[in-house]
Design a protein around this ligand. Structure first.
Ligand code: GTP
Ligand code: SPV
Ligand code: MN
Length: 585
């Protein structure tokens, strides 16, 4: 939509439909935030945490039926079903609107309608986009204020950009899962979401705008919107090499983006630019430049502690919102893995459902419990994280969570092969989406739930981008999650992942010995810098090995998956699939 008049008209139309008691236009100020928080403390939507240990931080317990993204009710309502493709749920825009407007009718009766302008991308960046979310959830407003640049800054940007904005209408409705719908109208660049207050379903700037609608825009306009972290790897000479990594939900983006290097004394360290989303454009120099459209993190709590991710712990130490974690008697947050080696919470801890935890209970925090924290509080935040033009990307890292099959690390032979590596990705399902956890599913470029158009056309777009780039990024694939027979991770992960980044750095420079395998180049047995890490050669071999039988099965599964795309499947992907078969023998 375009123009202040259009914005006002849309707000009026939404108010007529949803019938709120009052309308509040949000300016994003400190006072407004304080008032919102105070209101939610009164209603019990928020609980104040220990003010000394976690200043200005709050716990929210969601409805137990509303704890993760719900993919079956997330629809791409493009004019043609073909444009949504076989991996998206689709409904005709007219029928979707007719059906779901009935749910919006009167949905805000007795409630406040907040009109929330927000900016995705740094202020003044040519990449930045304005969104306006209408919502009846104060919790959503508070989260949007942390994760985006909200209020006046967005209205100023809207004035400067000719009035362009992406409208998104959100209501929690009555939280009945049967009346929950997250609708995207890509031609119109419009979002409707009802029946959920959960992050990815309700913070419309995040997955809905910055991935589903933006990926469609990028396809039409020649840029990319990806489910990627952005990091800078500083080498001993002080040079910083930027990399972007696509791992599926809850598969390690936040952790890799905030990595604390055990080799810092030798001059290797990591800077954080973003932990979930990257918007990338080709610069005048022919390189790919990436910005993080977000202003904060909506990160997975379980597993986060001072050893695994000290930068996340520092980020969430103040001004944060915790959703569905436990609460100790000292009003401290508690989740599985918050203290290294500690398995049970202090006695008297309340679990995520608000009940007293007792020994034998399954969990304290929901497996998809999250923290919302300002990016500016991250100690490793890059001095360039708000550069309007972004940072230049030298490598893409694809990765998944696989107990078997995918080795620790390999490099694609070239861009086309790398796009195939991304297209053929698979990962075990996590608690970030409702449904069965642990099942392996194909998740190309970690975009299965987020690609707003036909995935076959999306691969075509990737291939084209490579042709336009002077020197396309090198492409790698990692798997931190390979397991032994007893179900233990073979690789220490977290900070030690810097060793994989160092190998990539070497490869980007055109150095480093490799061994060719059927799936790509792997490091030689002594190719990874393992100084100071106690890990046997035998274990490293198990981590790096490419098993022919496993990969023959993998090849067959990829074939079934690719088959769905019919004439939308780029020929190059088919060629690479055939070439993999030949190499596997
Ligand atoms: P989304 O926010 O859902 O997109 O997830 P994400 O990709 O940012 O995942 P995140 O970094 O939050 O990691 C999810 C879970 O994986 C957490 O419980 C982490 O502790 C765990 N994890 C991350 N990196 C590693 C690793 O290198 N090794 C192991 N074993 N676990 C890891
Ligand atoms: C994901 O599921 O990939 C997330 C969390 O980053 S949410 O924003 O809720 O989708
Ligand atoms: Mn994500």
């Amino acid at each position: 939509m375009s123009g202040i008049a259009a914005l006002e008209k849309w707000v009026e139309d939404c108010a007529q439909l949803t019938k709120p008691e009052r309308i509040v236009w949000c300016d994003g100020s400190e006072q407004e935030y304080a008032d919102l928080i105070a209101g939610m403390l009164r209603t019990g939507e928020l609980i104040q945490m220990n003010e000394r240990a976690y200043p200005n931080s709050y716990l929210h317990r969601s409805n137990p039926n509303d704890v993760a993204r719900t993919e079956e009710v997330t629809l791409i309502c493009s004019e043609r079903q073909e444009d949504a493709g076989p991996t998206n749920y689709w409904e005709d825009p007219k029928s979707a609107k007719a059906r779901v407007s009935k749910l919006f009718d009167g949905a805000m009766r007795g409630r406040t309608m907040y009109v929330v302008p927000y900016l995705m991308g740094p202020a003044g960046s040519p990449h930045a986009k304005v969104g306006v979310e209408i919502t009846d959830s104060a919790y959503v407003v508070a989260n949007v204020r942390i994760t985006t640049r909200m209020g006046k800054v967005a209205m100023d940007a809207l004035e400067k950009n000719g009035g362009q904005f992406v409208p998104g209408l959100h209501s929690t409705g009555d939280l009945d899962p049967k009346k929950r719908w997250i609708l995207h109208f890509p031609e119109e660049q419009l979002i409707w979401s009802i029946g959920s207050g959960y992050g990815g379903n309700a913070l419309l700037g995040k997955k809905c705008l910055s991935l589903r609608l933006a990926s469609w825009m990028g396809w039409k306009e020649g840029w990319m919107a990806e489910h990627m972290l952005i990091l800078g790897l500083e080498d001993p000479s002080g040079n910083v090499t930027y990399m972007a990594g696509a791992f599926p939900s809850a598969c390690g983006k936040t952790n890799l983006a905030m990595l604390v290097s055990p080799l810092a004394e030798r001059g290797w360290r990591v800077w954080t630019v973003g932990d979930d989303i990257a918007w990338m454009r080709i610069g005048e120099d022919g390189r790919l430049w990436a910005v993080n459209p977000e202003n904060g993190f909506f990160g997975v709590a379980p597993g986060t502690n001072v050893e695994t991710n000290p930068n996340a712990m520092a980020s969430l130490s103040a001004n944060s919102i915790f959703t569905n974690v436990g609460l100790t008697p000292d009003k401290l947050p508690w989740w599985e893995g918050i203290e290294p080696g500690v398995k049970t919470p202090p006695s008297g801890t309340i679990n995520w459902l608000g009940n007293q935890w007792k020994p034998g209970d399954e969990v304290v925090a929901h497996p998809n419990s999250r923290f919302t924290a300002p990016a500016s509080q991250c100690p490793s935040i890059s001095p360039h994280w708000e550069d309007p033009q972004g940072v230049p990307i030298s490598a893409f890292i694809f990765g998944g969570r696989r107990a078997r099959v995918a080795p620790l690390l390999y490099q694609a032979f070239n861009w086309q092969h790398g796009v195939f590596v991304g297209a053929g990705m698979a990962s075990e399902k996590t608690a970030a989406a409702a449904g069965k956890v642990g099942e392996t599913r194909r998740d190309p470029m970690a975009m299965l739930p987020f690609c707003g158009y036909n995935m076959g056309d999306y691969w075509g777009h990737w291939l084209e981008m490579g042709q336009k780039l002077e020197r396309p990024p090198e492409i790698f694939h990692v798997n931190w999650f390979r397991k032994d027979e007893d179900g233990n991770f073979l690789w220490p992960g977290f900070g030690e992942n810097v060793r994989a980044l160092m190998w990539m750095h070497e490869r980007i420079q055109g150095r480093g010995a490799v061994r060719e395998t059927a799936i790509g180049y792997r490091p030689t047995p002594d190719g990874l810098d393992l100084e100071g890490l106690d890990i046997s050669t035998h274990r490293m071999e198990r981590l790096l090995t490419v098993d022919r039988d496993d990969w023959q099965d993998e090849w067959a599964e990829q074939g079934v998956f690719f088959g769905q795309f019919k004439d939308h499947l780029p020929a190059a992907i088919g060629e690479e699939h055939d070439a993999l078969k030949r190499r596997l023998g």
